[in-house]
Design a protein around this ligand. Structure first.
Ligand code: SF4
Length: 469
């Protein structure tokens, strides 16, 4: 009798109502003001936005952050006050108190609805006060959480210089190079320059903490690939030179607008690779860059194997466990792909927005990983509906739910382990060496369960209430 081998499953996509919890994209100011040291972020919105930032950013708000709210009043909304004069007054105050190299205006829901023309106002004011003003509409009407960074970087991509600056300035601008060459003699630096393969200039985009930037740049350096610049750089004045024909590559899955801007407006070529999250993703990312640059990658298989070996203690905890990603930060596909490689079964990948073109390589990689691991291919649910998801969670009873704070405690009280999704955005998760940090996060609830096992109070909700999570 002939046996029929089933066709490997393909990814399936669904779209629900968009009724889900996530952070407002204005939250991007919290990590971007720290990354771009000479910036100031002005969020032009209402008390709603202010309350959100104040609460979501926790202790950071006591550290004199370089962001502020321009709180709109009745008079602004009814156009009794002059928008231009009001903003000028605030920006002059910022200039006097903080003297930043750039002011970033963050447009909000209100500025959209009352159609405040921020893009129209900024060039005139920029000229008048002598500080660049970048406008990003990171509002809750159009975007979710990390997409806020995408809108800011897309706006900054337009500000990257076309030409390399004069010699004197160049030294300061090329911060990554000087960081990598720190403490070396001139001859050594020259010798190292020749160690790079001869390839077209490559600019990376995505805001990452400086240690991670150095780490990824060094990984590529080992392959002879030189990173010419990084969008954003440590300082606004160090934005990388971008010319037509340069290559660009993203480090995060939520940067599709930035990628589009770099391709369409700056005429660069995009390297579409999986993202450097997890050792498998990092290897695939480096390999793809190498293949585009015409470089033969060396030693990556061994490097990846070594990292997996060092993760074994954590892998034992997650193997065979199921995980449900409710979806709120756009890192979900990359995380799910890494977790499948770790031996987990992914029930569902919720995601606020799915750009199938920008994430094409990552999606293919996810599918391939599922087939190789013999794991079921998860459904990707775009714009999920949290109520429906809770119903599905109730039915599936996954071992772990990655979700926001709104659902975490209620689920825990019903005996379902959860991991707070926002931590993945703020933890260092990129590159080979940070794979352990991802698993540290994922296994935390599982380890806690192990140590509290047998106490008999996993389920703390009254019987009747259990059914309406
Ligand atoms: S969703 Fe809109 S109103 Fe709410 S905090 Fe974000 S920008 Fe402000």
């Amino acid at each position: 009798m002939a046996t029929v081998t089933p066709e490997p499953q393909a990814l399936s996509f669904e779209c629900e109502t968009g009724n889900y919890h996530t952070f407002c994209p204005i939250s991007c100011v919290a990590w971007l003001y720290q990354k771009i040291e000479d910036s100031f972020f002005l969020v032009i919105g209402t008390k709603t936005c202010g309350y959100f930032l104040q609460n979501a950013m926790g202790v950071m708000i006591f550290a004199e952050p370089r962001y502020a709210m321009a709180e709109l009043e009745e008079g602004d909304i009814s156009a009794k006050l002059n928008d231009y004069e009001e903003l000028k007054r605030l920006c002059l105050q910022i200039k006097r108190d903080r003297n930043p190299s750039v002011i970033v205006w963050i447009g909000t829901c209100t500025t959209e609805i009352i159609k405040m023309d921020l893009e129209g106002l900024s060039p005139r004011l920029e000229e008048e006060i002598g500080i660049p003003i970048v406008v990003a509409r990171a509002n809750g009407l159009d975007y979710a959480f990390t997409q806020g960074e995408d809108t800011v970087l897309a706006a900054m991509a337009a500000r990257c210089p076309n030409e390399a600056p004069e010699e004197a300035e160049k030294k300061e601008r090329n911060a990554i190079a000087s960081l990598l060459n720190f403490g070396k003699k001139k001859e050594e630096v020259e010798a190292e320059e020749s160690a790079y393969a001869d390839h077209p200039p490559l600019v990376m985009f995505g805001s990452l903490p400086d240690p991670v930037v150095t780490n990824l740049s060094l990984e590529l350096k080992k392959q002879g690939i030189k990173v010419s610049g990084w969008l954003p750089a440590k300082r606004y004045t160090e934005l990388p030179v971008i010319k037509e024909g340069y290559y660009t590559c993203g480090v995060n899955p939520f940067l599709s607008r930035t990628a589009t801007t770099l391709m369409r407006r700056r005429k660069t070529k995009l390297i579409g690779a999986p993202f450097p999250i997890g050792p498998d993703g990092t290897r695939a990312w480096i390999e793809k860059i190498c293949s585009v640059m015409g470089v033969e990658p060396k030693g990556l298989a061994e490097r990846e194997a070594q990292i997996w070996e060092s993760l074994e203690d954590y892998l034992q905890l997650v193997r065979g466990k199921s995980v449900f990603l409710m979806g709120d930060n756009l890192l979900e596909v990359s995380l799910a792909r890494f977790l499948v490689r770790c031996g987990m079964i992914v029930n569902e990948i919720g995601i606020p927005y799915m750009d199938k073109r920008y994430q094409a390589a990552e999606l293919k990689f996810l599918e391939k990983t599922c087939h190789e691991m013999g794991a079921p291919v998860p459904t990707i649910v775009e714009k999920p509906d949290n109520y429906n998801q809770i119903e599905r969670i109730k039915e599936i009873q996954p071992d772990l739910v990655i979700t926001g704070m709104a659902h975490a405690n209620p689920l825990e009280a019903r005996g379902i382990s959860t991991k707070w999704s926002v931590e993945f955005t703020f933890a260092q998760i990129h590159g080979f060496s940070n794979a352990r940090d991802i698993l540290e996060l994922v296994t935390r609830p599982l380890r806690r369960n192990n140590s509290l096992n047998g106490l008999g109070w996993e389920n703390l909700v009254r019987e009747g209430a259990k059914h309406n999570i």
